[in-house]
Design a binder for this molecule. Structure first.
Ligand SMILES: Cc1cc2nc3c(=O)[nH]c(=O)nc-3n(C[C@H](O)[C@H](O)[C@H](O)COP(=O)(O)OP(=O)(O)OC[C@H]3O[C@@H](n4cnc5c(N)ncnc54)[C@H](O)[C@@H]3O)c2cc1C
Length: 340
């Protein structure tokens, strides 16, 4: 059981900034995210786009903003459970909460801040009969531990950044070539990545199949083969250890929608005049995931909401103490010792 002061659900920009604001109040945080990397929409959807409305930054790339937020949170030694979706919440008699993930990891804290954005990012799955049978047995929608795919026969389907980035990574690090299958010969990925794929194809490190689709998969206990359909050619069966259909992720409010929270238009209603607390005392919602009159889905609004939410978390955790806010220019940053 992981114990902390605040369980944060969502490692997007707002969840990451919550760690910093909580840390200033000497509150420890543990962050859960359904995807294996931090950064929410900024890393998943638009890492290379410049953002122009972050105060103090005339322009900053979304990916760089996440790197900065991670660095800013570092002194407060946050814990992370990544690649696992927060599935259930249970309120204990003493008012504290246990949040359990899709993989069964349990987290215990007196307060919970949901910074779940548009919801957890779920993989877009191909329509193939019997697909579920091989999920996590050769069919993978996300790369959690890249090393486990090295020196194996890996095929990737997709034409976006994720598919090409991983194809390049495996081609450069594995002793075996990697297969890359795409429905057309036009890629949505960054043009530098597309150029690199063609270079690696020439070196025999990527086997590129354009105008192609995987239409069937087979195996006994685990995945053993894929059936590749290539334009103007007979279908053929190829032996593989892994097939990674990387067709992107789509956000879904998911299990949080069944936690007894007041939901309006797919977002969580909060007390906006005070602290962004939900109808469940001790559970807060900040950032894109919440709604209230006049709500704007902007990063800077989420930062403000998180700052106020942690004030009430402090009062719940320290009912007998008074917190006097001091400017960071006055008190500096006093981080936590690393827990080993
Ligand atoms: C193309 C584009 C451009 C944009 N440009 C701007 C801009 O210029 N300026 C601006 O202010 N805003 C912009 N936005 C909006 C901005 O990205 C959002 O306001 C911001 O991402 C909200 O941050 P967040 O932390 O609330 O949520 P998110 O970034 O959505 O992160 C939420 C995280 O929570 C996780 N999560 C959700 N549910 C669960 C669960 N049950 N278990 C575990 N994890 C879960 C998700 O996997 C996700 O990683 C833009 C958005 C897009 C798509």
């Amino acid at each position: 059981m992981i114990k902390t002061d605040i369980i944060i659900i969502g490692a997007g920009p707002v969840g990451l900034f919550t760690i910093f604001e909580a840390g200033l109040m000497k509150l420890r945080c543990h962050v859960i995210d359904a995807i294996p990397q931090i950064g929410g929409q900024l890393k998943e959807i638009y890492p290379k786009k410049p953002i122009y409305d972050i105060p103090g930054f005339p322009s900053i790339l979304a990916g760089d903003l996440i790197d900065n937020l991670e660095k800013q949170a570092e002194p407060f030694q946050p814990g992370f459970t990544l690649g696992e979706r927060a599935e259930n919440i249970e309120k204990k008699e003493d008012g504290s909460f246990i949040v359990t993930t899709s993989e069964g990891t349990q987290h215990h804290a007196p307060t919970v801040i949901i910074a779940g954005g548009l919801g957890s990012f779920e993989p877009r799955k191909p329509l193939i009969e019997g697909l579920e049978k091989f999920e996590k047995k050769g069919v993978e929608y996300m790369v959690r531990e890249p090393e486990s795919f090295l020196d194996k026969r890996v095929f990737i389907s997709g034409g976006g950044d994720s598919a090409l980035d991983w194809a390049i990574y495996f081609a450069e690090n594995s002793t075996l070539p990697v297969g890359l299958v795409h429905r057309s010969d036009m890629f949505r990925a960054h043009k530098d990545s597309v150029a690199r794929v063609y270079q690696l194809q020439e070196k025999g490190k990527i086997e590129l199949y354009t105008h192609s689709e995987v239409k069937n998969i087979g195996g006994n206990d685990a995945l053993e083969t894929i059936e590749l359909h290539q334009k103007d050619r007979e279908p053929r069966t190829i032996s593989v250890d892994y097939w990674l259909p990387l067709f992107g992720l789509s956000p879904k409010l998911g299990p949080i929608g069944n936690w007894g929270l007041e939901i309006e238009k797919n977002a969580i209603k909060v007390n906006h005049s005070l602290d962004y607390q939900t109808n469940i005392p001790g559970v807060f919602a900040v950032g894109d995931v919440n709604t209230y009159p006049g709500k704007l889905k902007l990063i800077l609004c989420g930062f403000h909401e998180a700052t106020l939410a942690v004030q009430t978390c402090y009062k719940i955790i320290n009912p007998d103490k008074k917190f006097t806010m001091k400017y960071t220019t006055v008190q500096g940053i006093q981080g936590f010792e690393k827990v080993v």
